[in-house]
Design a protein around this ligand. Structure first.
Ligand code: G3H
Length: 530
């Protein structure tokens, strides 16, 4: 057996494991002396395959979870806390202080993204940069929101000064496929709007949060952000059971979301900001531009190995185009390069979940047993930490690969001769996030678009599905999402309109005039933040 080190460029090597022995609660980086869980990468450092030990994290339980909840509650202090009552410009200053420190951690975090979740170097860099940009855009949008509300309106003899206020304590849980970006797309707007938060990083992609703990600690008042480690069941469940969480913000799986929301005893109090599963279809019409469509479907089905909620997870080909499409598509899939994330030109990378190849194999076996074939030569080939994307055709509705969100490298393909078939399937589906529609004829496209916008929340014309640019609304129908995220919408999702109203009379007008002049209230203010 060769344990010889593979040739990993020095800058990407793991020099020493990170044993994370502190966690952030109530502004303090507390030392953890209890049990720990080892964190492994499915990427091997040696030529004989062996998962790599990246470090360890605290395995926390109920007492620590409730400690974090108490800290968040205390920082909110029934709405009286320093953070929820702070002037918007001061909250923005704290956020700027945080993001500036975050920018200095780029290399460290990008390296951990590659090792922890197998994301390619360009995509890991993109995830980091996109997150930083998201924070700056959020700051700008919040300033605009505040400027827009720096006024009074009058209706039927009543003045109103309407703004947006925080909701309370947010429990924030992100997914492993975007452990930085999607988690921060929840946490950052939640915090900036004046809420306080308890945040538990995803199972894979957890160590990459650790370089940011000090920045969290020194940028925000104590208890505003509390970071826990451990299993969701052990830390998130006890927090929900108290009924003291105001918002559950989760991007991930509906089973975890349902389990957690069901633990909350006061369902009317709990607000949900959820991004869940999807099974976005590609619908390819007979007049689609073949080359462009193949490139878009290739990117949509395989980027980050299909581990994106927005990935194309089922492909519908019109019978007239099916043969040509499949032949060229299968060749393109087999020509993709597999390798470690830092390798030049790599498109397919190790899967972070050790059990994923076996799960994908189950889906393939089930489809083959029910009459599908693997169209591409390499389809289903196994590696130590990977399974080559299999293009399965013809897929039928009784197959698991049609019914389940595969979230990995396998591509189910169906053909149709009547557009009502994919439309009926979409109406029947539990999901309703996005669709990709490929075609040119406006007489065909027009009625289709008019229907599709009512089945999903984004129709991508001759383009693969995606969340970005982050200024656009990201949401879904049915079981795919609750609430809308985007730079702007997230600020709304994590806040509520709240206002000061007064009848138009001499006493009130004078009092409000004095309130404005005294500049003592952070809420009653018509100052413009530039
Ligand atoms: O996992 C779901 C993500 O929101 C997808 O985002 O389309 O930018 O990859 P993306």
């Amino acid at each position: 057996m060769s344990t010889e080190k593979t040739t990993i460029p020095a800058e990407f090597q793991i020099k020493a494991p990170i044993h994370q022995n502190t966690y952030l609660v109530n502004g303090e980086l507390k030392e953890w002396k209890g049990n720990t869980t080892e964190v492994f990468s499915t990427i091997s450092e040696t030529s004989t395959y062996k998962p790599t030990l990246l470090g360890s994290i605290p395995d926390m339980g109920e007492p620590e979870a409730l400690g974090a909840l108490d800290a968040a509650l205390e920082a909110y202090d029934k709405g009286k806390g320093v953070w929820p009552t702070m002037h918007v410009k001061d909250r923005i200053e704290s956020m700027e202080k945080f993001v500036k420190q975050m920018e200095t951690k780029r290399e460290e975090i990008v390296k951990l993204l590659m090792w922890e979740i197998g994301k390619s170097l360009p995509d890991s860099r993109k995830e980091f940069d996109r997150t930083v940009e998201y924070i700056y855009d959020t700051i700008e949008d919040y300033k605009q929101l505040d400027r827009d509300s720096a006024k009074f309106q009058k209706n039927q003899g009543v003045y109103a000064h309407v703004k947006r206020g925080p909701l309370g304590v947010v429990l924030c849980l992100g997914p492993y496929n975007y452990p930085l970006n999607e988690t921060f797309a929840l946490l950052i707007p939640a915090i900036i709007m004046g809420n306080t938060a308890i945040f538990k990083p995803a199972k894979h992609g957890v160590l990459l949060i650790t370089p940011l703990l000090e920045a969290f600690q020194n940028s925000f008042p104590k208890g505003v952000i509390n970071v826990l480690f451990g299993r969701g069941r052990a830390v998130a469940a006890p927090i929900m059971q108290t009924g003291k969480v105001d918002v559950l913000a989760l991007i991930g799986n509906s089973k975890s979301a349902n389990a957690l929301q069901n633990q909350h005893p006061k369902s009317n109090r709990l607000r949900l900001v959820l991004g869940l599963e999807a099974k976005n279809p590609a619908i390819v019409l007979p007049d689609a531009d073949l080359n462009l469509t193949i490139e878009e479907v290739l990117a949509g089905t395989t980027s980050f190995n299909g581990q994106r909620c927005t990935a194309l997870k089922v492909v519908y080909l019109h019978e007239a185009i099916q043969e040509n499409f499949l032949k060229q598509f299968a060749e393109k899939i087999d020509a993709l390069k597999f390798g470690n994330p830092w390798e030049e030109g790599v498109k397919l990378t190790p899967l972070p979940e050790p059990g994923k190849p076996a799960y994908i194999q189950e889906l393939i076996d089930d489809a083959l047993a029910k009459g599908a074939k693997i169209i591409n030569k390499k389809g289903g080939q196994h590696f130590d930490n990977y399974i080559w994307p299999a293009v399965l055709y013809p897929v039928t509705r009784d197959m698991r690969v049609y019914q389940e969100e595969q979230f990995g490298p396998v591509i189910p393909v169906l053909s149709f001769d009547d557009i009502e078939q994919p439309l009926d399937d979409m109406a029947e589906s539990n999901y309703g996030q996005q669709v990709s529609l490929f075609g040119k004829d406006v007489y065909t496209l027009s009625p289709l678009i008019d229907t599709l916008v009512n089945l999903v929340c984004r129709v991508n014309l001759n383009s693969s599905c995606q969340r970005g640019p982050d200024v656009y609304p990201f949401t879904g129908r049915k079981d795919s999402a609750q609430a809308t995220l985007s730079v702007h919408d997230a600020l709304r999702s994590f806040s509520i309109r709240t206002f000061v109203a007064f009848k138009d009379n001499e006493l009130n007008n004078e009092t409000v005039q004095q309130l404005l002049e005294a500049k003592l209230s952070n809420f009653v203010s018509t100052d413009y933040i530039l």
